[in-house]
Design a protein around this ligand. Structure first.
Ligand SMILES: C[S@@+](CC[C@H](N)C(=O)[O-])C[C@H]1O[C@@H](n2cnc3c(N)ncnc32)[C@H](O)[C@@H]1O
Length: 442
């Protein structure tokens, strides 16, 4: 008995010595390839909810052991992404397991599970006791096809928030191109049609910004985040699309030709467009011209001014109980113009929100046509000029007087014009009781 106790005591001291020793030695970073391999997660709370998506992405065969789970974790089980055993941990659960995540709120169960992991040589992360774990989860992030993983070197001074902050700095730098990381594989030449958003440089997508940072040539429109062009390295050739000489070509054909020439010269070309490339952006014409020449083309969607500019001016394009639809119409030709493809009579009959682009010059004629087709002259209208930029301004009117107000207030393009009751909805307007049934979502 005394011998047994002595043995246990030595083992216990050895355990502590091991723990103390661990503290001095750095963890060994490694990427586990878990596809098709058994992984056990003990506990279905917030930690599991945060970690499971990445584990699922590895293709691991995941079993969750937990009497309860958060609704998100439950949804993963319902979707068949993990197998959920609705019970507490019991000895033997880690049989044939390659990796275990122990994250229950029951410390006794956690201790027992990590003891089994130690016995069965299963790498194990413990959410409640990093010291008792045989593995740590690094702070991870992704940029393109690189995973950035940041791990504190030793358990002494472990500071997961610091690791997360370093991870964020690296990932953000890679994404926006401020952290230079040249590709050593040759980049495929080709063209990226990038939607730059409505103008605020923060409103381009992460992918768009990265492609911009990697470009050799950028062909940019007048609209869009022009401030970003100043940040490009000096070797990048920036071409103003409006200034491409087009001689016997139409302007669009000259732009297509410029894209083709630079891509054929082996350059990585970004065609930076305002808003989204496919919303009155002629993006598909450019994609077709490139396809005809066999040039690879990537399309990166952008935040369109149709929604973002009203939003930036405090106007929701839909609102429960007010508008169940919004319609986006180009106003670049007047309603009576034979080139117009718009059925203004049908547009006037719609009860929802009408969003007009390229309509500043023709707004008087458009308003008159809408009223002539039965739209209420008192319908509220807002004109939002240079939305999301420092020069943004909003002019309010009604359908009856919008033509005069636009002239009197000297509203100039680019502007988005919003027509409909949503114009009167704002953070301080009375909540709508609406005609919707309870629980209706829009
Ligand atoms: C040729 S269309 C391009 C639309 C763009 N592809 C998009 O998705 O936003 C140009 C029109 O978009 C609207 N527009 C674009 N950016 C704007 C901004 N920052 N403020 C107001 N209107 C804008 C104006 O109606 C402008 O005349």
């Amino acid at each position: 008995m005394a011998e047994q106790a002595d043995h246990a005591d030595r083992a216990d001291r050895a355990g502590h010595a091991d723990r103390a020793g661990h503290a001095d030695h750095p963890a060994y970073p490694v990427g586990l390839r878990l596809h098709g391999r058994r992984v056990v997660v003990v506990g279905g709370g917030q930690v599991a909810q945060r970690r499971l998506p990445q584990l699922i992405a590895t293709g691991a065969v995941i079993t969750l052991i937990s009497p309860s789970a958060t609704p998100s974790v439950e949804a993963m089980a319902d979707a068949g992404e993990i197998r959920w055993e609705h019970r507490r941990y019991q000895d033997g659960d880690l049989a044939d397991t390659w990796y275990a995540l122990i994250a229950s709120s029951d410390t006794t169960a956690n201790d027992a599970a990590s003891a089994e992991a130690e016995r069965t040589r299963t790498w194990c992360v413990r959410a409640d006791d990093a010291e008792a774990a045989t593995a740590w989860t690094p702070a991870t992030g992704r940029s393109e096809n690189v995973t950035v993983a940041v791990l504190t070197t030793t358990s002494q001074g472990r500071d997961p928030r610091h690791s997360a902050a370093i991870r964020d700095a690296i990932v953000e730098g890679l994404r926006d191109g401020t952290l230079a990381a040249p590709h050593h594989r040759t980049r495929a030449p080709g063209v990226a049609l990038v939607g730059g958003g409505p103008g605020d440089p923060d409103l381009i997508t992460v992918r768009g910004r990265r492609l911009l940072a990697e470009a050799d040539v950028v062909i940019a429109d007048r609209l869009g985040p022009r401030d970003l062009l100043d940040e490009l390295p000096p070797h990048v050739e920036v071409i103003d699309a409006a200034k491409i000489p087009y001689g016997r070509f139409m302007a669009q054909e000259a732009i297509n030709q410029a894209l083709i020439e630079h891509a054929k010269a082996g350059k990585s070309v970004v065609r930076l467009k305002g808003g989204d490339p496919f919303v009155f952006g002629r993006g598909m014409e450019e994609a077709q011209a490139l396809a005809a020449e066999g040039i690879p083309c990537t399309v990166v969607p952008g935040i369109s001014s149709t929604i973002s500019v009203p939003g930036a001016a405090g106007i929701p394009v839909t609102h429960r109980g007010v508008a169940h639809e919004f319609t986006v119409v180009s106003g670049h030709v007047a309603p009576e113009d034979p080139r117009s493809l718009v059925d203004w009579e049908a547009v006037a009959r719609m009860r929802g929100t009408l969003v007009l682009l390229m309509a500043v010059d023709k707004i008087g004629a458009i308003a008159a046509a809408l009223i002539a087709h039965g739209k209420d002259p008192a319908t509220p209208v807002a004109l939002v000029q240079e939305g999301t930029t420092a020069a943004q301004r909003r002019v309010d009117a009604t359908l009856a007087d919008v033509g005069e107000r636009a002239v009197a207030e000297d509203v100039r393009p680019p502007a988005v014009i919003v027509i409909g009751d949503v114009v009167a909805v704002g953070p301080h307007s009375a909540p709508t009781t609406g005609q919707d049934r309870p629980g209706d979502q829009q």
